[in-house]
Design a protein around this ligand. Structure first.
Ligand code: FES
Length: 84
């Protein structure tokens, strides 16, 4: 988890790509960066809601209002940059 301009952001690495998600779980605010990663998903450690790391989709039910917010990421040299 990183703080970017005061926002807590979870940064995930899949293969050669990086993805950034609002670190606060949409359910009750637990850290998604501290969640359980399974392939391209992260499961919150508190109540086990599951999200797509690529686009933040809440995967347990078709309830888009629970999708996690995502942010664009780019890699510049050795830096991973997140745009809020
Ligand atoms: S706080 Fe993440 S599933 Fe409840």
């Amino acid at each position: 988890m990183f703080v970017v301009n005061g926002a807590m952001v979870g940064v995930f690495h899949i293969g050669e790509e990086f993805f950034a998600i609002d670190n606060r779980c949409p359910h009750a605010g637990a850290s998604l960066a501290g969640g359980i990663i399974e392939q391209e998903t992260v499961r919150c450690r508190i109540h086990h809601w599951k999200f797509c790391i690529r686009d933040g989709t809440y995967l347990d039910e078709d309830k888009p209002r629970f999708n996690a917010r995502t942010f664009p990421v780019r890699v510049v040299g050795d830096d991973v940059q997140v745009r809020l």
